[in-house]
Design a protein around this ligand. Structure first.
Ligand SMILES: Nc1ncnc2c1ncn2[C@@H]1O[C@H](COP(=O)(O)OS(=O)(=O)O)[C@@H](OP(=O)(O)O)[C@H]1O
Ligand SMILES: Nc1ncnc2c1ncn2[C@@H]1O[C@H](COP(=O)(O)OP(=O)(O)O)[C@@H](O)[C@H]1O
Length: 207
């Protein structure tokens, strides 16, 4: 019996079917691929291309996209620091459940604060939290501006926009960094290939 947060007198229920049983069934290892970076850096593009590539290889993945989750699970949250922290905390917990289910969970969120990302990392067993940093320059992200949000932020119509008047703390020890080569961004397939190679080499694509 234990107390956790505001819950008292609670018990942990075990079940005879565990994570490794599910992993054998799926012929893969559950993990979290956590994609972080500025708005417009290509997080969703990488998440979708990676999801498609894994699907083509017969691997089960699921995407948790920050923008999408803010339409439901996280619709009560805004963009001030405490709300972003709670957003990341919830998605980290959900990602942990997906990894426990045996899936390759692809989380795609700006997740601007190092501390919040590190808390998500701490929820997972060693090596199964794979942080992918979309290291794209702000001016590239701003020139893409597919939703017109940078324009609004520059005009002062959105306050606290990441990279403009709100901070982004780059990872210090990420597993994978995606960056431009000779000033050119790799194609979505090349970016996804970089992650697939990592997953393959670390044994996540086999039980
Ligand atoms: N103030 C501010 N700052 C940054 N982003 C903003 C803001 N307001 C709205 N948006 C839109 O919200 C998307 C980011 O949501 P996330 O849940 O990933 O953000 S966070 O991780 O909690 O920081 C982000 O989507 P992406 O462009 O896919 O990153 C924006 O479309
Ligand atoms: N590797 C890439 N090469 C060229 N354009 C890209 C690439 N990745 C993303 N884009 C384009 O940049 C814009 C922002 O990408 P998106 O995936 O929505 O970023 P984020 O999810 O980080 O906001 C989109 O218009 C997308 O088509």
């Amino acid at each position: 019996m234990s107390s956790v947060g505001k819950s008292t007198n609670i018990f942990w229920q075990e079940c005879s079917v565990g994570k490794s049983d599910r992993e054998k069934l799926l012929k893969q290892k559950g993990c979290v691929v956590w994609i972080t970076g500025l708005s417009g850096s290509g997080k969703s593009t990488l998440a979708c291309t990676l999801g498609r590539e894994l699907h083509n290889r017969g691997k089960l993945s699921y995407i948790l996209d920050g923008d999408n989750l803010r339409h439901g699970l996280n619709k009560d949250l805004g963009f001030k620091a405490e709300d972003r922290a709670e957003n990341i905390r919830r998605v980290g917990e959900v990602a942990k459940l997906f990894a426990d289910a045996g899936l390759i969970c692809i989380a795609s969120l700006i997740s601007p604060y190092r501390k919040d990302r590190d808390s998500c990392r701490a929820l997972l067993s060693d090596k199964s939290f794979i942080e992918v940093y979309m290291n794209m320059p702000l001016d590239l992200c701003e020139s893409r501006d597919p939703k017109g949000l940078y324009k609004l932020a520059r005009a002062g119509k959105i306050k606290g926009f990441t990279g403009i008047d709100d901070p982004y703390e780059p990872p210090l020890n990420c597993e994978i960094e995606i960056q431009q080569q000779d000033g050119i961004c790799p194609s979505p397939c090349v970016m996804a290939g970089q992650v697939v190679t990592y997953l393959e080499e670390k044994g996540f694509l086999h039980a």
